[in-house]
Write a new protein. Sequence first.
Length: 463
Amino acid sequence: MGFVIYDLETTGLNKRFDQILQFAAVHTDANLVVQEQVEFEGRLRPHILPSPGALHVTGGHYANLIDPLRPSYDAMLGDIYGTMKRWTPSMFVGFNSISYDEEVLRQAFYESLRAPIYVTNRDGNSRGDLLKLARVVGTLQPDVLKTTRGQDGRRVFRLADLARANGVHPGRSHTASGDVATTLALCRLIAAEAPILWSSFMRFSNKAEVLSFIAERDAFSVFEFKRGVQDVHPVTAIGFKPADKNVRYCLDLTADLGALRRMTPAELMIEIGKPDGPILRMKANGSPILAELWELDQGLLGDFTEADLETTAANVRGDTAFVQRLVAAAIASERVWPKSKYVEFQIYEGFIQDWDEDVCRRFHAAAWRDRPALIDRFQDPRLKKLARRLIYFERPDLLDPDIRGQIDRAIWGRLRGNEPDAPGRSYAATLQELDALVAEIQIVSPSLASYRDHLQAQLVAAA
Protein backbone atom coordinates (compact mmCIF):
# COMPACT_ATOMS: atom_id res chain seq x y z
CA MET A 1 0.00 0.00 0.00
CA GLY A 2 1.27 3.46 -0.86
CA PHE A 3 0.99 6.84 0.83
CA VAL A 4 -0.90 10.06 0.20
CA ILE A 5 0.95 13.10 1.57
CA TYR A 6 -1.38 16.08 1.58
CA ASP A 7 -1.88 19.60 2.90
CA LEU A 8 -4.55 22.30 2.94
CA GLU A 9 -4.50 26.07 2.90
CA THR A 10 -7.59 27.53 4.51
CA THR A 11 -9.21 30.85 5.41
CA GLY A 12 -8.45 30.35 9.11
CA LEU A 13 -8.37 27.87 11.96
CA ASN A 14 -12.09 27.48 12.68
CA LYS A 15 -12.81 23.87 11.64
CA ARG A 16 -16.54 24.52 11.25
CA PHE A 17 -16.69 28.03 9.76
CA ASP A 18 -13.55 28.44 7.67
CA GLN A 19 -13.02 26.82 4.29
CA ILE A 20 -10.39 25.17 2.12
CA LEU A 21 -8.80 27.44 -0.49
CA GLN A 22 -6.10 25.11 -1.75
CA PHE A 23 -5.41 21.37 -1.63
CA ALA A 24 -2.18 19.68 -2.70
CA ALA A 25 -1.18 16.02 -2.47
CA VAL A 26 1.23 13.42 -3.81
CA HIS A 27 0.50 9.73 -4.18
CA THR A 28 3.57 7.57 -3.56
CA ASP A 29 4.41 3.90 -3.61
CA ALA A 30 5.39 1.98 -0.45
CA ASN A 31 8.92 3.41 -0.73
CA LEU A 32 7.71 7.03 -0.81
CA VAL A 33 8.48 7.42 -4.51
CA VAL A 34 6.00 9.86 -6.05
CA GLN A 35 3.63 8.31 -8.59
CA GLU A 36 1.23 11.24 -9.09
CA GLN A 37 0.67 14.72 -7.74
CA VAL A 38 -2.29 17.09 -7.77
CA GLU A 39 -3.12 20.63 -6.73
CA PHE A 40 -6.60 22.15 -6.62
CA GLU A 41 -7.89 25.57 -5.61
CA GLY A 42 -11.37 26.94 -5.12
CA ARG A 43 -13.24 30.21 -4.93
CA LEU A 44 -14.21 31.76 -1.62
CA ARG A 45 -17.84 31.11 -0.70
CA PRO A 46 -19.90 34.31 -0.26
CA HIS A 47 -20.62 33.77 3.44
CA ILE A 48 -17.01 33.10 4.48
CA LEU A 49 -14.77 35.91 5.73
CA PRO A 50 -11.10 34.93 5.84
CA SER A 51 -9.11 35.47 9.00
CA PRO A 52 -6.93 38.59 8.63
CA GLY A 53 -4.11 36.59 10.17
CA ALA A 54 -4.39 33.95 7.45
CA LEU A 55 -4.27 36.57 4.70
CA HIS A 56 -1.25 38.19 6.32
CA VAL A 57 0.65 34.90 6.51
CA THR A 58 -0.12 33.81 2.95
CA GLY A 59 -0.15 37.26 1.36
CA GLY A 60 -3.43 36.42 -0.32
CA HIS A 61 -5.71 39.15 -1.68
CA TYR A 62 -9.44 39.04 -1.08
CA ALA A 63 -10.14 40.06 -4.68
CA ASN A 64 -8.19 37.06 -5.95
CA LEU A 65 -10.10 34.68 -3.68
CA ILE A 66 -13.47 35.75 -5.12
CA ASP A 67 -12.25 35.90 -8.73
CA PRO A 68 -14.93 34.19 -10.85
CA LEU A 69 -12.17 32.61 -12.94
CA ARG A 70 -11.17 30.48 -9.97
CA PRO A 71 -12.93 27.09 -9.88
CA SER A 72 -15.99 27.07 -7.68
CA TYR A 73 -15.65 25.73 -4.17
CA ASP A 74 -17.94 22.82 -5.01
CA ALA A 75 -15.92 21.93 -8.11
CA MET A 76 -12.71 21.93 -6.06
CA LEU A 77 -14.25 19.60 -3.47
CA GLY A 78 -15.42 17.27 -6.23
CA ASP A 79 -11.83 17.05 -7.49
CA ILE A 80 -10.46 16.46 -3.98
CA TYR A 81 -13.02 13.80 -3.11
CA GLY A 82 -12.66 12.00 -6.43
CA THR A 83 -8.87 11.95 -6.17
CA MET A 84 -8.88 10.61 -2.63
CA LYS A 85 -11.30 7.86 -3.60
CA ARG A 86 -9.21 7.02 -6.66
CA TRP A 87 -6.06 6.70 -4.54
CA THR A 88 -7.78 4.32 -2.13
CA PRO A 89 -6.38 2.25 -0.43
CA SER A 90 -3.52 4.33 0.94
CA MET A 91 -2.12 5.67 4.17
CA PHE A 92 -3.02 9.38 4.32
CA VAL A 93 -0.35 11.48 6.03
CA GLY A 94 -0.29 15.19 6.83
CA PHE A 95 1.36 17.50 9.33
CA ASN A 96 -0.97 18.16 12.27
CA SER A 97 -3.56 16.49 10.07
CA ILE A 98 -5.44 14.39 12.64
CA SER A 99 -6.52 17.37 14.71
CA TYR A 100 -6.93 19.90 11.90
CA ASP A 101 -6.76 18.92 8.20
CA GLU A 102 -8.83 15.76 8.69
CA GLU A 103 -11.54 17.69 10.49
CA VAL A 104 -11.62 20.43 7.86
CA LEU A 105 -11.90 17.84 5.07
CA ARG A 106 -14.71 16.00 6.84
CA GLN A 107 -16.55 19.27 7.41
CA ALA A 108 -16.17 20.18 3.74
CA PHE A 109 -17.41 16.78 2.55
CA TYR A 110 -20.33 16.94 4.98
CA GLU A 111 -21.41 20.42 3.91
CA SER A 112 -21.04 19.56 0.22
CA LEU A 113 -23.01 16.28 0.52
CA ARG A 114 -20.07 14.03 -0.35
CA ALA A 115 -20.69 10.87 1.59
CA PRO A 116 -19.22 8.94 3.19
CA ILE A 117 -17.27 11.78 4.77
CA TYR A 118 -14.76 9.46 6.49
CA VAL A 119 -12.59 8.84 3.44
CA THR A 120 -9.20 8.42 5.10
CA ASN A 121 -10.07 5.65 7.55
CA ARG A 122 -12.34 3.29 5.61
CA ASP A 123 -12.21 1.04 2.54
CA GLY A 124 -8.69 -0.08 3.41
CA ASN A 125 -7.33 3.42 4.06
CA SER A 126 -5.47 4.46 7.20
CA ARG A 127 -4.18 7.78 8.45
CA GLY A 128 -1.14 9.12 10.25
CA ASP A 129 0.00 12.48 11.56
CA LEU A 130 3.65 13.29 10.91
CA LEU A 131 3.64 15.94 13.65
CA LYS A 132 2.98 13.23 16.26
CA LEU A 133 5.79 11.09 14.87
CA ALA A 134 8.20 14.03 14.60
CA ARG A 135 7.72 14.87 18.27
CA VAL A 136 8.54 11.30 19.28
CA VAL A 137 11.54 10.97 16.96
CA GLY A 138 12.84 14.40 17.96
CA THR A 139 12.65 13.34 21.62
CA LEU A 140 13.89 9.74 21.42
CA GLN A 141 16.33 10.08 18.52
CA PRO A 142 17.42 13.73 18.34
CA ASP A 143 20.36 12.71 16.17
CA VAL A 144 17.86 11.64 13.49
CA LEU A 145 15.45 14.57 13.63
CA LYS A 146 17.09 17.79 14.75
CA THR A 147 15.02 20.55 16.32
CA THR A 148 15.51 24.16 17.28
CA ARG A 149 14.40 25.58 20.62
CA GLY A 150 12.17 28.53 21.33
CA GLN A 151 12.80 31.32 23.81
CA ASP A 152 11.27 29.16 26.54
CA GLY A 153 13.81 26.40 25.86
CA ARG A 154 11.27 23.96 24.44
CA ARG A 155 11.76 22.14 21.17
CA VAL A 156 10.02 23.73 18.20
CA PHE A 157 8.11 21.39 15.90
CA ARG A 158 6.83 23.81 13.26
CA LEU A 159 7.13 22.33 9.79
CA ALA A 160 9.37 25.04 8.29
CA ASP A 161 11.66 25.02 11.35
CA LEU A 162 12.03 21.23 11.21
CA ALA A 163 12.86 21.49 7.52
CA ARG A 164 15.60 24.06 8.03
CA ALA A 165 17.08 22.22 11.03
CA ASN A 166 17.35 19.02 9.00
CA GLY A 167 18.68 20.44 5.75
CA VAL A 168 15.39 20.19 3.90
CA HIS A 169 14.57 23.05 1.57
CA PRO A 170 11.09 24.07 2.78
CA GLY A 171 10.00 25.59 -0.53
CA ARG A 172 7.27 28.20 -0.30
CA SER A 173 5.98 27.92 3.25
CA HIS A 174 2.23 28.30 3.73
CA THR A 175 1.43 27.00 0.27
CA ALA A 176 -0.15 23.58 0.09
CA SER A 177 2.30 22.24 -2.48
CA GLY A 178 5.35 23.58 -0.64
CA ASP A 179 4.24 22.04 2.65
CA VAL A 180 3.53 18.71 0.94
CA ALA A 181 7.07 18.64 -0.46
CA THR A 182 8.50 19.38 3.00
CA THR A 183 6.32 16.75 4.69
CA LEU A 184 7.35 14.14 2.14
CA ALA A 185 11.05 14.95 2.64
CA LEU A 186 10.73 14.55 6.43
CA CYS A 187 8.84 11.25 5.97
CA ARG A 188 11.71 9.95 3.84
CA LEU A 189 14.26 11.09 6.43
CA ILE A 190 12.53 9.33 9.32
CA ALA A 191 11.77 6.20 7.30
CA ALA A 192 15.46 5.89 6.39
CA GLU A 193 17.07 6.87 9.70
CA ALA A 194 14.49 5.69 12.28
CA PRO A 195 12.94 2.64 10.57
CA ILE A 196 11.59 1.07 13.76
CA LEU A 197 9.65 4.20 14.70
CA TRP A 198 8.49 4.59 11.10
CA SER A 199 7.26 1.00 11.09
CA SER A 200 5.38 1.58 14.35
CA PHE A 201 3.89 4.76 12.88
CA MET A 202 2.54 2.81 9.90
CA ARG A 203 1.28 -0.04 12.07
CA PHE A 204 -0.74 2.13 14.44
CA SER A 205 -2.29 4.18 11.66
CA ASN A 206 -4.70 1.25 11.49
CA LYS A 207 -7.37 1.19 14.21
CA ALA A 208 -7.62 -2.58 14.22
CA GLU A 209 -3.89 -2.84 14.94
CA VAL A 210 -4.22 -0.39 17.83
CA LEU A 211 -7.11 -2.30 19.39
CA SER A 212 -5.33 -5.63 18.98
CA PHE A 213 -2.14 -4.26 20.54
CA ILE A 214 -3.79 -2.86 23.67
CA ALA A 215 -6.02 -5.92 24.13
CA GLU A 216 -3.10 -8.33 24.13
CA ARG A 217 -1.00 -6.49 26.73
CA ASP A 218 -1.50 -5.71 30.39
CA ALA A 219 0.84 -2.74 30.11
CA PHE A 220 2.21 -0.61 27.28
CA SER A 221 3.30 2.99 26.70
CA VAL A 222 1.52 5.91 25.05
CA PHE A 223 3.30 9.02 23.81
CA GLU A 224 1.46 12.25 24.51
CA PHE A 225 2.40 15.85 23.76
CA LYS A 226 1.13 18.41 26.28
CA ARG A 227 2.12 22.01 26.98
CA GLY A 228 5.08 21.84 24.66
CA VAL A 229 6.55 18.70 26.23
CA GLN A 230 6.65 15.14 24.87
CA ASP A 231 5.71 12.66 27.60
CA VAL A 232 5.56 8.89 27.64
CA HIS A 233 2.99 7.23 29.88
CA PRO A 234 3.08 3.59 30.97
CA VAL A 235 -0.61 2.62 30.97
CA THR A 236 -3.10 -0.20 31.03
CA ALA A 237 -6.34 -0.10 29.04
CA ILE A 238 -9.39 -0.33 31.31
CA GLY A 239 -12.44 0.57 29.19
CA PHE A 240 -13.96 2.84 26.56
CA LYS A 241 -16.29 5.79 26.17
CA PRO A 242 -19.80 4.42 25.40
CA ALA A 243 -20.66 7.34 23.11
CA ASP A 244 -17.49 6.80 21.05
CA LYS A 245 -15.83 3.41 21.36
CA ASN A 246 -12.77 4.74 19.55
CA VAL A 247 -11.91 6.55 22.79
CA ARG A 248 -10.12 4.11 25.08
CA TYR A 249 -9.58 4.86 28.76
CA CYS A 250 -5.99 4.10 29.78
CA LEU A 251 -4.89 4.31 33.41
CA ASP A 252 -1.46 5.83 34.05
CA LEU A 253 0.44 3.17 36.01
CA THR A 254 2.61 5.78 37.70
CA ALA A 255 -0.42 7.43 39.35
CA ASP A 256 -1.03 7.16 43.08
CA LEU A 257 -3.41 4.20 42.86
CA GLY A 258 -3.80 3.99 46.63
CA ALA A 259 -5.15 7.52 46.74
CA LEU A 260 -7.51 6.77 43.85
CA ARG A 261 -8.87 3.73 45.66
CA ARG A 262 -9.67 5.81 48.76
CA MET A 263 -11.60 8.48 46.85
CA THR A 264 -15.37 8.80 46.84
CA PRO A 265 -17.12 8.59 43.45
CA ALA A 266 -17.44 12.40 43.36
CA GLU A 267 -13.77 12.91 44.23
CA LEU A 268 -12.72 10.33 41.67
CA MET A 269 -14.75 12.04 38.94
CA ILE A 270 -13.10 15.40 39.70
CA GLU A 271 -9.61 13.88 39.74
CA ILE A 272 -10.10 11.99 36.49
CA GLY A 273 -11.63 15.05 34.84
CA LYS A 274 -8.46 17.11 35.35
CA PRO A 275 -6.30 17.78 32.25
CA ASP A 276 -3.39 16.00 33.95
CA GLY A 277 -5.57 13.36 35.57
CA PRO A 278 -4.66 9.68 35.89
CA ILE A 279 -6.65 8.50 32.85
CA LEU A 280 -5.58 9.17 29.27
CA ARG A 281 -8.29 9.26 26.63
CA MET A 282 -6.58 7.59 23.70
CA LYS A 283 -8.31 7.63 20.31
CA ALA A 284 -7.74 4.27 18.67
CA ASN A 285 -8.54 5.80 15.26
CA GLY A 286 -6.33 8.84 15.85
CA SER A 287 -2.95 7.33 14.88
CA PRO A 288 -1.56 7.09 18.43
CA ILE A 289 2.14 6.42 18.96
CA LEU A 290 2.45 3.29 21.11
CA ALA A 291 5.35 1.13 22.26
CA GLU A 292 6.16 -1.90 24.36
CA LEU A 293 7.58 -1.10 27.80
CA TRP A 294 10.75 -3.00 26.98
CA GLU A 295 11.35 -0.74 23.99
CA LEU A 296 11.85 2.29 26.26
CA ASP A 297 15.08 3.39 27.90
CA GLN A 298 14.97 3.14 31.67
CA GLY A 299 15.24 6.92 31.91
CA LEU A 300 11.79 7.26 30.34
CA LEU A 301 10.27 5.03 33.02
CA GLY A 302 11.60 7.15 35.89
CA ASP A 303 11.67 5.34 39.22
CA PHE A 304 9.71 2.37 37.88
CA THR A 305 11.01 -0.82 36.31
CA GLU A 306 9.30 -2.74 33.55
CA ALA A 307 8.56 -5.55 36.02
CA ASP A 308 7.03 -3.09 38.52
CA LEU A 309 4.70 -1.68 35.89
CA GLU A 310 3.66 -5.09 34.56
CA THR A 311 2.82 -6.22 38.10
CA THR A 312 0.84 -3.05 38.80
CA ALA A 313 -1.10 -3.44 35.55
CA ALA A 314 -1.97 -7.07 36.31
CA ASN A 315 -3.16 -6.10 39.81
CA VAL A 316 -5.35 -3.29 38.46
CA ARG A 317 -6.91 -5.44 35.77
CA GLY A 318 -7.58 -8.14 38.33
CA ASP A 319 -9.48 -5.70 40.58
CA THR A 320 -12.78 -5.58 38.70
CA ALA A 321 -14.55 -3.34 41.21
CA PHE A 322 -11.77 -0.74 41.08
CA VAL A 323 -11.72 -0.76 37.28
CA GLN A 324 -15.49 -0.33 37.15
CA ARG A 325 -15.25 2.67 39.50
CA LEU A 326 -12.54 4.25 37.35
CA VAL A 327 -14.49 3.75 34.13
CA ALA A 328 -17.71 5.09 35.70
CA ALA A 329 -15.84 8.19 36.89
CA ALA A 330 -14.27 8.68 33.45
CA ILE A 331 -17.68 8.48 31.77
CA ALA A 332 -19.20 10.86 34.32
CA SER A 333 -16.40 13.38 33.76
CA GLU A 334 -16.93 13.53 29.99
CA ARG A 335 -18.02 16.89 28.69
CA VAL A 336 -21.52 16.86 27.23
CA TRP A 337 -21.88 19.14 24.22
CA PRO A 338 -25.33 20.70 23.75
CA LYS A 339 -27.01 20.28 20.38
CA SER A 340 -26.61 23.27 18.12
CA LYS A 341 -29.16 24.95 15.88
CA TYR A 342 -26.41 25.60 13.34
CA VAL A 343 -26.06 22.88 10.74
CA GLU A 344 -22.27 23.31 10.65
CA PHE A 345 -22.02 22.06 14.23
CA GLN A 346 -24.33 19.10 13.58
CA ILE A 347 -21.74 17.07 11.65
CA TYR A 348 -21.41 14.42 14.37
CA GLU A 349 -25.09 14.25 15.31
CA GLY A 350 -25.49 10.87 13.63
CA PHE A 351 -23.97 9.00 10.70
CA ILE A 352 -25.31 9.57 7.20
CA GLN A 353 -27.38 6.48 6.40
CA ASP A 354 -27.15 4.33 3.25
CA TRP A 355 -30.32 5.77 1.72
CA ASP A 356 -29.06 9.31 2.07
CA GLU A 357 -25.57 8.37 0.82
CA ASP A 358 -27.25 7.17 -2.37
CA VAL A 359 -29.20 10.43 -2.68
CA CYS A 360 -25.93 12.35 -2.22
CA ARG A 361 -24.43 10.48 -5.17
CA ARG A 362 -27.52 11.11 -7.29
CA PHE A 363 -27.47 14.79 -6.31
CA HIS A 364 -23.93 15.26 -7.64
CA ALA A 365 -24.58 13.18 -10.75
CA ALA A 366 -27.56 15.33 -11.71
CA ALA A 367 -27.48 18.62 -13.61
CA TRP A 368 -28.01 21.68 -11.39
CA ARG A 369 -31.50 22.25 -12.82
CA ASP A 370 -32.52 18.78 -11.61
CA ARG A 371 -31.11 19.01 -8.10
CA PRO A 372 -33.91 20.96 -6.38
CA ALA A 373 -36.24 18.01 -7.06
CA LEU A 374 -33.89 15.72 -5.10
CA ILE A 375 -33.91 17.77 -1.88
CA ASP A 376 -37.02 16.10 -0.47
CA ARG A 377 -35.53 12.67 -1.19
CA PHE A 378 -33.17 13.16 1.74
CA GLN A 379 -34.40 11.67 5.01
CA ASP A 380 -31.84 13.49 7.16
CA PRO A 381 -33.00 17.09 7.82
CA ARG A 382 -29.36 18.26 7.99
CA LEU A 383 -28.81 17.14 4.41
CA LYS A 384 -31.97 18.84 3.17
CA LYS A 385 -30.72 22.11 4.61
CA LEU A 386 -27.23 21.65 3.18
CA ALA A 387 -28.64 20.74 -0.25
CA ARG A 388 -30.66 23.95 -0.38
CA ARG A 389 -27.61 25.94 0.64
CA LEU A 390 -25.43 24.29 -2.02
CA ILE A 391 -27.91 25.23 -4.70
CA TYR A 392 -28.15 28.73 -3.24
CA PHE A 393 -24.39 29.23 -3.59
CA GLU A 394 -24.12 27.80 -7.11
CA ARG A 395 -27.53 28.39 -8.78
CA PRO A 396 -29.76 30.53 -6.54
CA ASP A 397 -32.10 31.14 -9.49
CA LEU A 398 -33.25 27.52 -9.19
CA LEU A 399 -34.63 27.93 -5.66
CA ASP A 400 -38.13 28.93 -4.66
CA PRO A 401 -38.05 32.71 -3.93
CA ASP A 402 -39.27 32.21 -0.35
CA ILE A 403 -36.52 29.67 0.39
CA ARG A 404 -33.93 31.90 -1.25
CA GLY A 405 -35.10 34.79 0.89
CA GLN A 406 -34.82 32.71 4.08
CA ILE A 407 -31.24 31.75 3.25
CA ASP A 408 -30.44 35.36 2.33
CA ARG A 409 -31.62 36.61 5.70
CA ALA A 410 -29.83 33.86 7.64
CA ILE A 411 -26.45 34.25 5.91
CA TRP A 412 -26.28 38.01 5.42
CA GLY A 413 -27.83 38.65 8.81
CA ARG A 414 -25.03 36.66 10.40
CA LEU A 415 -22.37 38.57 8.42
CA ARG A 416 -23.90 41.90 9.38
CA GLY A 417 -23.94 40.99 13.06
CA ASN A 418 -27.70 40.67 13.43
CA GLU A 419 -27.02 37.56 15.54
CA PRO A 420 -24.41 38.75 18.09
CA ASP A 421 -23.76 35.25 19.45
CA ALA A 422 -23.68 33.49 16.08
CA PRO A 423 -20.54 31.49 15.25
CA GLY A 424 -18.37 32.48 12.32
CA ARG A 425 -17.06 35.95 11.47
CA SER A 426 -19.10 39.10 10.98
CA TYR A 427 -17.93 42.16 9.05
CA ALA A 428 -17.52 44.26 12.19
CA ALA A 429 -15.71 41.58 14.20
CA THR A 430 -13.37 40.80 11.30
CA LEU A 431 -12.53 44.48 10.83
CA GLN A 432 -11.79 44.73 14.55
CA GLU A 433 -9.58 41.63 14.28
CA LEU A 434 -7.75 43.13 11.29
CA ASP A 435 -7.10 46.44 13.07
CA ALA A 436 -5.77 44.60 16.13
CA LEU A 437 -3.39 42.63 13.88
CA VAL A 438 -2.15 45.80 12.17
CA ALA A 439 -1.55 47.43 15.56
CA GLU A 440 0.51 44.40 16.59
CA ILE A 441 2.64 43.99 13.46
CA GLN A 442 2.85 47.72 12.59
CA ILE A 443 2.45 46.92 8.90
CA VAL A 444 -0.47 47.45 6.53
CA SER A 445 0.30 45.16 3.61
CA PRO A 446 -1.53 45.56 0.29
CA SER A 447 -3.37 42.34 1.15
CA LEU A 448 -4.68 43.68 4.46
CA ALA A 449 -5.38 47.15 3.04
CA SER A 450 -7.62 45.79 0.28
CA TYR A 451 -9.39 43.51 2.74
CA ARG A 452 -10.04 46.42 5.09
CA ASP A 453 -11.56 48.40 2.20
CA HIS A 454 -13.91 45.50 1.44
CA LEU A 455 -15.03 45.12 5.06
CA GLN A 456 -15.62 48.84 5.48
CA ALA A 457 -17.63 48.97 2.25
CA GLN A 458 -19.83 46.11 3.43
CA LEU A 459 -20.45 47.82 6.76
CA VAL A 460 -21.43 51.04 4.99
CA ALA A 461 -23.78 49.11 2.67
CA ALA A 462 -25.39 47.37 5.64
CA ALA A 463 -25.95 50.58 7.61
